[in-house]
Design a protein around this ligand. Structure first.
Ligand code: AHG
Ligand code: MN
Ligand code: MN
Length: 363
């Protein structure tokens, strides 16, 4: 095979850094450590049953993680990989993960740095045993000044920053190919893992989410718990060409948010895991700090939109490390439409056709 003249992830990062002559290179080093963790997880995923890391974490029924969900062995392995590849570098003040109730403190034997790394080490892990795509998703924040200055242990509060403050975010998708999608705040770039070189090569520059789409993704088994604006939106999609939207829609549901986000970055679409009335103690299914925020950052950087349904997700001030939130993201015009439905008075949210699109009552 001829030597590719594509940029590597390292080259991309160095060229991006040139925009900031004073940058130390710490962020780049951190992203490369995260990318290495993702490569290691990609190998563990690829070996599947042969690698001995499949199935539930404990012999019977699995360990229950902080989310009250059964942990897969690969959830635990992936979490370990993220920690081991990142704790030593002197770049981080602390880490937080879906799989750990409390923030992880950098051990005393290592120096501490100025960034916080927040991650879901294996997203979509219910798909692992059926050989469907899974991923890892991460968010990089700057640690509060007093943490950087004092080098003290991090607390939950140090991580509770709105998504708009993210320095970088990305995910790795372990699909037919392993890909890394990344934003350092200057658009979104996509890299494909060259399995021979073990390098992420730049294959998708300046990724843009089309503003319009005919494809939506939602777990329809929850429909009886949906709030009226969501029900209205989905009903209108389902009505297709004969309904108020005047066009047919297609539906997808992978049950790996990272894989859905990837489809949307590649060809548009809208994803919804909205707040619903299924369990009043859980305002949504997905987690703000390590699912909604990084995906929101990527969507916005690619010209798409991410929302709780009521407000841009990146504007939400977090209240807890493992806080759940309603999440809608993807093609801008569809996300804005869903937000509009949430803001319209309840009367218009009814199924009354007089109040639907193209009706006499709409201006
Ligand atoms: P995780 O495997 O990290 O717990 O996340 C799974 C999430 C997300 O990836 C996916 O969109 C959603 O849960 C699937 O939910 P359903 O089981 O309701 O389909
Ligand atoms: Mn997840
Ligand atoms: Mn997970």
């Amino acid at each position: 095979m001829p030597l590719s003249n594509r940029s590597t992830l390292t080259q991309y990062l160095i060229e991006e850094r040139r925009r900031f002559p004073d940058a130390s290179g710490a962020l780049n080093a951190l992203i490369l450590d995260v990318a290495l963790a993702c490569k290691a997880i990609a190998r563990a995923v690829a070996f599947g049953e042969l690698g001995g890391a499949m199935g539930d974490a404990a012999p019977v029924g699995g360990e229950i993680n902080v989310q009250g969900e059964v942990q897969k062995r690969l959830d635990v392995v992936s979490n370990e990989v993220f920690i081991r590849r990142n704790e030593w570098s002197g770049l981080l003040a602390g880490l937080a993960s879906e799989e750990m109730e409390q923030p992880y403190q950098i051990p005393g034997s290592y120096p501490r740095g100025k960034y916080l790394l927040v991650f879901d080490p294996l997203d979509g892990s219910s798909n692992i045993d059926v050989n469907v795509s899974v991923g890892s998703i991460f968010s990089i924040l700057r640690a509060p000044d007093d943490v950087i200055q004092s080098g003290r242990d991090v607390t939950e509060a140090d991580f509770l920053q709105p998504g708009a403050t993210q320095i970088a975010a990305g995910y790795a998708l372990y699909g037919p190919t392993t890909m890394l999608m990344l934003s350092v705040g200057n658009g979104v770039a996509g890299f494909t893992l060259d399995p021979n070189l073990g390098e992420f090569m730049l294959t998708h520059s300046d990724v843009r989410v089309p503003a319009d789409t005919r494809e939506f993704a939602i777990n329809a088994s929850n429909s009886r718990f949906w709030e009226p604006p969501v029900k209205r939106y989905v009903d209108e999609c389902l009505a297709g060409a004969t309904g108020p939207r005047g066009k047919d829609f297609n539906m997808r549901w992978i049950a790996s948010m990272v894989a859905e986000a990837h489809r949307i970055l590649m060809r548009g679409g809208v994803f919804m895991y909205p707040r619903d009335m299924k369990d009043p103690s859980k305002p949504g299914r997905l987690r703000l700090l390590y699912e909604a925020n990084p995906v929101g950052f990527l969507m916005e950087q690619a010209g798409g939109r991410a929302s709780t349904g009521r407000q841009p997700v990146l504007g939400v001030k977090p209240s807890g490390l493992h806080q759940r939130i309603g999440l809608v993201f993807g093609s801008k015009n569809e996300v804005e439409r869903i937000e509009r439905y949430h803001h319209e008075p309840a009367a218009k949210e009814s199924a009354n056709p007089l109040f639907s699109e193209r009706s006499l009552f709409r201006d």
